[in-house]
Design a protein around this ligand. Structure first.
Ligand code: NAG
Ligand code: NAG
Ligand code: NAG
Ligand code: NAG
Length: 338
């Protein structure tokens, strides 16, 4: 009896290994991955471990789903590069511009039940930071592109590479703070358009020498600040509705890399320390899911990432709103153009 059981277990194990082998082969094909034999062993191990995590999450978690993507066989070092935010002190300067007075009157107005800037032409197609910790520059420029376009009516794509190469308040591919990028752009007299200063750090994995040139400025900054008070979802929603997409910082747990749909939430991502964050993203909308028989209605933010349009839901993800999930409500900031 024991003997037959051992044989059965062996057969099942071989069948699973065969299945994993097939899945690995089709994964490599689908995502164009090619490895030398000695590297392949490590990658396949990562992939199979992730497959089990994906299966478990999708069996047990009714709120959001995981799936295979370009990161499924990534190493921890490769994922570390994809987070690149180092926020400095959060010092608001609203007093000098009387923004608190403006926002107090805006807070008295009723908010729409939902808003989604993804449909607006002022939002550029989702971009990809590649293997460079430049999320802070993408977040800073996304909000600036939107503000500029909303004011002029003409869509504009701005240069992320400019701040990566030239902004000495930040650390290029080693990370940065999107409000310091705005400070740099404001002092420099504007942000260049991306066609005059294209993004290359995703493949070079490092910042280059500064090629700033003031003949191709696409947007100039008049004012920027943190939203206040914080964390406060109602305040962030009010700014979002009245000023456009809001860059913010968040903590990225390993589970987020595998997100494909639903409203992301992870109890391990509710953290007490505001400075426990490592990635910059942009909030572009909010809403609430309809309740089902198994899952109650969940309020969410619509968040734009800079991991390419082939990540998540066309480059975006939803995350639970109103509980400061991953600190996402602690760092919202806004920018106005000249
Ligand atoms: C701020 O508000 C005060 C009082 O209403 C006003 O005197 C001042 O000019 C305002 N400052 C700016 C920069 O708008
Ligand atoms: C860019 O890289 C160079 C060389 O590594 C470094 O000296 C410089 O400080 C970096 N610039 C920025 C803005 O990070
Ligand atoms: C500045 O950029 C413009 C547009 O890309 C280019 O035509 C011009 O030659 C550049 N000037 C300098 C001094 O690099
Ligand atoms: C959010 O901020 C508004 C405006 O200052 C305030 O009225 C409200 O009580 C705050 N909400 C929370 C949950 O702190």
């Amino acid at each position: 009896m024991k003997f037959y059981l051992a044989i059965l277990i062996f057969i099942v194990a071989v069948a699973i290994a065969d299945q994993d082998d097939d899945l690995w082969k089709s994964y490599k094909k689908k995502f164009g991955k090619r490895y030398k034999p000695e590297k392949e062993i490590v990658r396949k191990k990562k992939f199979v471990k992730k497959l089990r995590a994906i299966e478990k999450n999708n069996r047990e978690n009714k709120k959001w789903q995981m799936g295979q993507n370009k990161f499924t066989d990534f190493t921890d070092d490769e994922k570390k590069v994809l987070r690149g935010t180092k926020m400095s002190k959060r010092v608001p300067k609203t007093i000098e511009n009387n923004e608190t007075i403006i926002i107090d009157s805006l807070l008295k107005r009723a908010l729409p039940t939902s808003i989604d800037y993804r449909r607006w032409k002022c939002l550029q197609p989702v971009k990809d930071q590649g293997q460079c910790g430049s999320c802070w520059s993408f977040a800073a420029n996304t909000a600036l592109e939107f503000s500029q376009c909303r004011k002029t009516g003409t869509a504009v794509s701005l240069s992320e590479q400019m701040a990566v190469d030239c902004d000495s308040y930040n650390l290029g591919c080693n990370g940065g703070d999107f409000t310091l990028a705005w400070q740099y752009i404001q002092e420099k007299g504007g942000a260049m358009i991306s066609s005059s200063y294209p993004y290359v750090s995703g493949t070079t994995q490092t910042n280059g020498t500064c090629k700033f040139n003031n003949s191709a400025i696409g947007a100039k900054i008049s004012f920027y600040d943190w939203t206040m008070p914080y964390p406060n979802a109602t305040v962030s929603m009010t700014y979002l509705v009245n000023y456009g997409p809001l860059p913010t910082a968040m903590k990225v747990l390993d589970s987020l890399f595998d997100y494909v749909s639903g409203v992301y939430s992870d109890p391990a991502c509710i953290v007490a320390n505001d400075y426990d964050i490592d990635h910059a993203v942009v909030i572009v909308g909010y809403g609430t899911t309809a309740a089902t028989s198994t899952v109650p209605a969940i309020p969410y933010w619509i968040v734009r990432n800079s991991w390419g349009a082939n990540w998540g839901n066309k480059g975006y993800f939803l995350i639970q709103r109103g509980v400061n999930m991953c600190n996402i409500e602690s760092w919202t900031a806004y920018v106005k153009v000249v």
